[in-house]
Design a protein around this ligand. Structure first.
Ligand code: PGA
Length: 254
């Protein structure tokens, strides 16, 4: 069975301005110089920058994604953005269910499921985030939380070419803490088995399962080498081209 093509995606969260283009440009230049690996690279800047980044990066090796979307395609939802609008702006993917959305905006797995369906309706790739809190880990509930978030958020039409799962332990996001490699392996293996039960072996074995939470150039190689880890969702270390490149390059040279 061939391994899924790795994906390294940068989630800029609520950071960046038009001047941040220089970071994306520098990354694109490095990838174009042929030092990149055989992987997909994506930047998910704030919504204000998607159209600019997508048009400037057209033809480059960098995909552009959104960080969230509404479940409906249009309507009276002040401040919200439809998946179709992100597609129109040039995005090829959308992150849904990030723990900061689940915590700050009370998003349930039902809401995330509806958003994931919207992303597919718009013809884009959905990146569905799941992960346990510190308290849930301490109570030994990690695998059951991850299973229920995944089962509740995953649309029925999920396939390897339209869906990516990101395992992000909430307590590891932005803290500099990471789970042990054994713990990462255990959760990713578990996610793969939940996908297998739901979608069958062929799709489940090809869906990319990213690890996210304090991925840095210094720990990326060991994390990305864990079985069933098919790339990374990177927050803080994706803001600077040097750091993000340090993570991308663990996948080796072309
Ligand atoms: P971090 O964020 O890399 O800054 O920990 C990861 C994420 O929230 O996707």
């Amino acid at each position: 069975m061939t391994q899924p093509r790795p994906l390294v995606a940068g989630n800029w969260k609520m950071n960046g301005s038009r001047a941040s283009w220089k970071e994306a440009e520098s990354l694109a230049e490095r990838l174009a110089a042929g030092n990149g690996a055989q992987i997909d690279v994506m930047l998910c800047p704030p919504a204000t920058l998607i159209a600019q980044f997508a048009s400037s990066l057209k033809g480059s090796d960098i995909l552009v994604g959104g960080q969230d979307c509404h479940s409906e395609s249009s309507g009276a939802h002040t401040g919200d953005i439809a998946a179709e609008m992100l597609a129109d702006a040039g995005a090829s993917a959308v992150i849904v269910g990030h723990s900061e959305r689940r915590a700050d905006h009370g998003e349930t797995s039902d809401a995330v499921h509806a958003k994931a369906q919207a992303v597919h309706r718009a013809g884009l790739i959905v990146i569905i985030c799941i992960g346990e809190t510190q308290a849930e880990r301490e109570q030994g509930d990690t695998l059951s939380i991850v299973s229920s978030q995944l089962s509740g958020s995953l649309p029925d039409d999920a396939r390897a070419d339209n869906t990516v799962i990101a395992y992000e332990p909430v307590w590891a996001i932005g803290t500099g803490l990471t789970p042990t490699l054994d713990d990462v392996g255990e959760v990713h293996h578990h996610i793969r088995s939940v996908l297998r039960d739901r979608l069958g072996e062929a799709e489940a074995s090809s869906i990319r399962i990213l690890y996210g939470g304090s991925v840095k150039p210094g720990n990326a190689a060991e994390l990305m080498a864990v079985a069933d880890v098919n790339g990374a969702l990177v927050g803080g270390a994706s803001l600077k081209a040097d750091d993000f490149w340090g993570i991308i390059s663990v996948y080796g040279e072309k």
